[in-house]
Design a protein around this ligand. Structure first.
Ligand code: ADP
Length: 405
């Protein structure tokens, strides 16, 4: 195959992020984003890594179709346009693949219909993802489009982990189960962690802690996910920037009965006004650490609640896996906040878990080990790269389908 470029698109509700990669060496050719789509103050930021040129434009971008057209124009100005014969495929991040999509899929009408059928499970995300796919298809109808699902990596979970203990027929009728998210990140990071240990993925058990603004943990046994902290939606599990993570489900009933809160109000409360921001008014871990260092009690409590939950999941997934070879910290907080890594593992020496203060505090770009030499469990910082993973999966699928024809 001579076409070696893959364009990765991540369409959010009001944003479009993109990266163009050359799969010969996984290098980035261009990257950028369109923000505030649908507003008067939309902004497009484009960087051509081939030349180092960065361009920014502001002004109304009415919808995702207009956003993608603007992106295509920017790429074209750098000789990287969508019409290039070197473009092999477009890979789309799709948030919810339900139980149907256990792997990435080449987009056809049936795949589109299935993503549409899953909209009730991800009412904010899947419609935006669909718009991105449809627009890309209309611009290049001949080009393979691949959907890469955030949930796919987690479809290997056993029923005992994926099912909630609620009435089976009700759960099945409404497709209620643990799906999990951030799957491309958990897949990539667990594989990279095995690489760091010099082992094959099937030979290692890893706990992956993806700590960004959204946060999730997963237990990965021999390269396959066996449990993850997000559930039917990304709300469950760890304390996040603005999401509560685990709460007693009766809290929602209580808010409705006693507080008279509507479904939408509770949704906003738990997804947007809870977690770190709800606890202390800040959701950026840098700011929270700064406040903690200044003796701010509210920030201290928010940090402690965040760490307590994280530690509970580490313990839970240790028990699920039985043997843990490595714990990998990733995403904005996991990669950068040494204080979070240190606090999350403090007191767990009996489990073979510890960080080396010097290694943990040191900065570094690539994957690196932060546990002391000879530790029973390797603690690692492993930068995630969801775009590269989407591009890799897309390219593999397109390459495979070409070989068949
Ligand atoms: P997402 O993709 O979920 O938006 P990221 O993985 O980019 O999030 O993580 C963003 C978060 O990472 C920020 O909200 C901030 O809390 C945290 N973060 C980024 N840099 C640092 C840092 N140097 N120290 C501590 N936290 C950081």
């Amino acid at each position: 195959m001579t076409a070696t470029r893959v364009l990765v698109l991540n369409s959010g509700s009001s944003s479009l992020k993109y990266q163009l990669l050359d799969m010969r060496d996984s290098s980035r050719l261009a990257t950028g984003l369109v923000e505030r789509i649908g507003e008067r103050t939309s902004r497009l930021k484009h960087t051509a890594l081939t030349t180092g040129a960065t361009r920014e434009t502001t002004g109304p971008v009415t919808d995702h179709a207009a956003a993608l057209k603007a992106v295509a124009e920017e790429l074209g100005r750098d000789g990287l346009g969508l019409d290039s014969p070197e473009l092999a495929a477009i890979g789309h991040r799709v948030v919810h693949g339900g139980s149907s999509f256990t792997e990435p899929a080449i987009v056809d009408d049936a795949v589109l219909a299935e993503i549409e059928r899953l909209v009730p499970l991800a009412p904010l995300h899947n419609p935006a993802n669909l718009t991105g796919i449809r627009t890309a298809r209309s611009l290049r109808p001949d080009l393979p489009q691949v959907a890469v699902f955030d949930t796919a990596f987690h479809t290997t979970m056993p029923e005992s982990a994926a099912r909630y203990a609620i009435d089976v027929s009700t759960a099945d009728e409404y497709r209620i189960r643990r799906y999990g998210f951030h799957g491309t990140s958990h897949a990539y990071v667990s594989r990279e962690t095995a690489k760091l240990l010099g082992k094959a993925p099937q030979d290692v058990n890893v706990i992956v802690l993806h700590l960004g603004n959204g946060a999730s943990a997963s237990a990965v046994r021999g390269g396959r996910c066996v449990d993850t902290s997000m559930g039917l939606t990304p709300l469950e599990g760890l304390v996040m920037g603005t999401r509560s993570g685990d709460v007693d489900p009766a809290v929602i009933l209580h808010l409705a009965r006693v507080g008279g809160m509507s479904t939408d109000e509770t949704d906003t409360l738990l997804n947007k006004k809870s977690g770190l921001i709800g606890l202390c008014g800040d959701n950026d871990m840098r700011e929270i650490r700064r406040r903690v260092d200044e003796g701010d009690e509210q920030a201290r409590l928010a940090f402690d609640i965040y760490i307590h939950r994280l530690k509970k999941y580490i313990g839970a997934y240790y028990a699920v896996l039985g043997r843990v070879d490595a714990i990998a910290f990733t995403a904005g907080v996991g990669e950068n906040a040494a204080a979070v890594r240190e606090a999350a593992l403090a007191g767990l020496e009996e489990l073979g878990l510890a960080v080396d203060a010097g290694l943990n505090a040191a900065r570094g770009d690539g994957a690196r080990i932060v546990s002391p030499e000879g530790a029973r469990v390797t603690v690692a910082v492993v930068p995630t790269d969801e775009e590269l993973e989407i591009a890799t999966q897309t390219y593999a699928l397109v390459g495979a389908s070409h070989d068949l024809t």
